[in-house]
Design a protein around this ligand. Structure first.
Ligand SMILES: [Fe+2]
Ligand SMILES: [Fe+2]
Length: 150
């Protein structure tokens, strides 16, 4: 890949908008999990399932978008960090699948609910760390400030 090649800025902007949307969904879900009245809530489970669908689409677009490859082409030392970031995608989806599975019981116990809340919070932390690492690779690669640290 030529280093003179430019990534479509619209695609990059599109992915950044998705990151903000994911951020907002995580915050909403974190608040929902902290409310004991939501134990066994079908709406909460549906919101998590929506997150799963959106996240998978987001990962597919990132993997197909080429901006990670472009970052590596520009700065080869980013290669291993970039590969590590992309390798996290299936692990994050598996983590979310495990959580959805644990919430599939209709009559979840208080202990089961607490455990689901902990799993969600851990998952949210992993996803946020993932996005931070991803931003770091792209920012280094493009040597540009995308306004990601707001
Ligand atoms: Fe990603
Ligand atoms: Fe991302």
């Amino acid at each position: 890949m030529s280093t003179s090649q430019r990534i479509d800025p619209t695609l990059l902007e599109h992915l950044l908008v998705q990151h903000r949307d994911l951020h907002a969904r995580l915050q909403t879900l974190r608040a929902a999990f902290s409310d004991p009245a939501n134990r066994g809530s079908a709406d909460l489970r549906a919101a998590l399932a929506d997150l799963r669908t959106i996240l998978q689409e987001h990962f597919v677009q990132e993997e197909a978008g080429g901006f990670i490859e472009e970052s590596i082409a520009r700065i080869p030392r980013l290669a291993s960090a970039a590969r590590d970031v992309m390798a996290e995608h299936p692990r994050l989806l598996d983590e979310l699948d495990g959580l959805l599975e644990s919430l599939s019981v209709l009559d979840i116990s208080p202990a089961g609910w607490r455990s689901a809340r902990e799993r969600f919070n851990a998952f949210a932390d992993h996803l946020l760390a993932h996005e931070r690492n991803e931003h770091a690779v792209v920012q280094d690669g493009y040597n540009e400030d995308f306004g990601l640290d707001d």
